[in-house]
Design a protein around this ligand. Structure first.
Ligand code: AHR
Length: 554
């Protein structure tokens, strides 16, 4: 069942009041069975790259226009035309990078349309104009692209938030030389090439180079990015990355990786690349795997529309089913990695999971014309917690992650409409993860009774507790998700290799449907709790929660 925007705005306050109760309203109970979390402080996995916490900005629905860009003359507080509340919030979570301009849009985009004086930029048909949902959205900003926001505006946005720009090239529609010239536009020294002179023109023109290091070579080349076969795309990747002008920068090329568990795509690409020569992996910094958690049907269907659930009005089974989808990330990384290593023995190429998150049914759009806009609840916060912890547990394999997408679209951290703005539960998970950035991921094991539930009338289980740990100096950070809807789970925490002097706890939990609205932007927010240091260490993880524990080590 779909819910209208007005209705879910109204329902938020009630849901918030239920936040410490089970769905039935009964007080939460604790799970039977002793859970144990073991943390091996001496067993380092790798450094947690801040880039795991990256973002994604596509010219799609309300992401760019209204989400980020309101214009310099807007009544909405802005910096150089960018929504100030959004910029300020992204600075608070130390946004490390943002990917742009797509997504599928990237492979229909000519960067030249978005540079120079704004009044002279052309209007083009947006890639998303073809989407069936656009029939209901005649006035959507996503139908025709005015190019008001282009490369200069995006780079300015990344500068304002303190992030690195990650640009995705058009491989389907433009040639390799157009890509080289975009690189030239962004990175050639001031005044030295026609394109660097062009860079200095227009409203946010810049004489100085932008220094863009991260370059996606197409997007979803198996689908909207050209419908290639893996070996065909492998040839395109080599062609596009041959002799790209570097201007002294350590260029990082990211190849379009697999859709979820499409292991044939990974094998096809890697085997074709290795056949040409192992040097290909020297210039391939990232393998961009995409994984959306969309199917809440428990396998009843894999129909792209019917398999989804409502963003707010989902039932308990749909909740657990969706979290099972999110939790597939662990196995996806292991399997793709195993295949990549058969060809790239030295594992020079690491993962860039540059699209991940929840994708729900239409019906909770923040703006009527925002394509793929949806509400985000505690369920989505759990998707974030499970996914980010998986990245940390694979810190040796994952170099970058990008939640799809930043604002007003799919798994957003923010919702914005005209002068209204709120963070979503996802934002809080990113904020809670801050201490992991640049810390050393250490091995952790979670022993907890799995959650038993009925999936499509068959008995099924979901992980009881999941999480990740990292160490920075004398601080250990442990993040843990408890997916159980009504039951808290107490766990003993064993630290191997250190003792604890003191600890703190920060908890994001609530009714699984709870969400923030413009009227009630704090309905879902984390709370700080006392952590009492005793032997053994114990903590009671709230139902449907993401928790961060921090320990000062002796
Ligand atoms: O994030 C929405 C779309 O999902 C992206 O444009 C595309 O890459 C993916 O299929």
């Amino acid at each position: 069942m779909q819910i209208k925007r007005r209705d879910f705005l109204k329902s938020a306050a009630g849901l918030a009041a239920l936040s410490l109760l089970g769905k039935s309203g009964a007080a939460q109970s604790s799970r039977a069975g002793a859970a144990r979390i073991e943390i091996m402080l001496e067993e380092k996995i790798g450094t947690v790259s801040p880039h795991l916490y990256g973002h994604f900005v596509e010219h799609l629905g309300g992401v760019v226009y209204d989400g980020i860009w309101v214009g310099e003359k807007s009544k909405v507080r802005n910096y150089n035309g960018m929504r100030a509340d959004l910029v300020d919030a992204l600075k608070r979570i130390k946004a490390p990078n943002a990917r742009y301009p797509g997504g599928c849009f990237a492979d229909s985009y000519n960067w030249r349309d978005g540079v120079g004086e704004r009044s002279r930029r052309p209007t083009r048909t947006n890639f998303w104009n073809n989407d069936p949902a656009m029939k209901q959205k005649p006035n959507s900003p996503g139908r025709y692209e005015p190019n008001t926001f282009g490369t200069n505006e995006f780079v300015k946005f990344t500068e304002l938030i303190g992030a690195k720009p990650y640009l995705a090239a058009n491989l389907r529609g433009l040639g390799a030389n157009d890509f080289y010239e975009w690189v030239e536009y962004c990175n050639a020294p001031a005044g030295m090439a026609s394109n660097s002179r062009l860079r200095a023109t227009g409203e946010l023109g810049s004489k100085e180079p932008f220094g863009v290091e991260y370059w996606g070579v197409g997007n979803e080349a198996w689908g909207c990015g050209g419908d290639f076969k893996p070996e065909e795309y492998a040839a395109e990747f080599r062609r596009f990355t041959s002799s790209v002008p570097a201007y002294g920068l350590p260029m990082k090329f990211i190849a379009s990786g697999a859709n979820g568990d499409d292991y044939n795509w990974t094998r096809g690409f890697f085997s074709a690349s290795a056949e040409k020569g192992l040097w290909v992996f020297d210039r391939m910094w990232g393998w961009a795997v995409h994984h959306y958690s969309w199917n809440a049907s428990g396998g009843r269907t894999w129909d792209w529309v019917k398999g989804k659930s409502d963003a707010v009005n989902f039932d308990n089974e749909q909740y657990y089913n969706l979290l099972q989808e999110a939790n597939k990330m662990d196995n996806l990384l292991r399997e793709h990695w195993r295949i990549m290593g058969e060809y790239d023995r030295a594992h020079k190429t690491k993962f860039v999971v540059d699209e991940w998150g929840s994708w729900h049914s239409a019906g909770t759009e923040i703006g009527d014309n925002y394509l793929l806009s949806q509400q985000l609840t505690i369920r989505d916060a759990l998707v974030s917690g499970l996914t980010l912890d998986t990245f940390i547990r694979h810190a040796d394999k994952v170099s970058m992650g990008n939640a799809a997408q930043l604002v007003n679209c799919l798994h957003s951290l923010f919702l914005a409409y005209e002068d209204k703005f709120t963070v979503t539960p996802n934002y809080h998970v990113f904020e809670m993860h801050l201490p992991h950035m640049n810390a050393a991921a250490v091995r952790s094991e979670f022993f907890a009774e799995p959650i038993a539930y009925s999936r499509n009338s068959q008995p099924s289980t979901l992980v009881g507790l999941a999480g990740a740990a990292s160490v920075s100096g004398k601080t250990l950070t442990l993040t843990v998700s408890n997916p159980h809807i009504t039951e808290a789970h107490e766990a003993e925490i064993n630290l191997r290799g250190a003792k604890v002097a003191s600890g703190t706890a920060r908890v994001l939990s609530g009714d699984i449907h709870a969400h923030n609205t413009f009227e009630n932007p704090t309905a879902v927010r984390p709370r700080d709790e006392k952590f009492e240091v005793k032997t053994p260490l114990r903590f009671r993880f709230a139902p449907a929660s993401v928790t961060r524990l921090q320990f000062n080590l002796i």
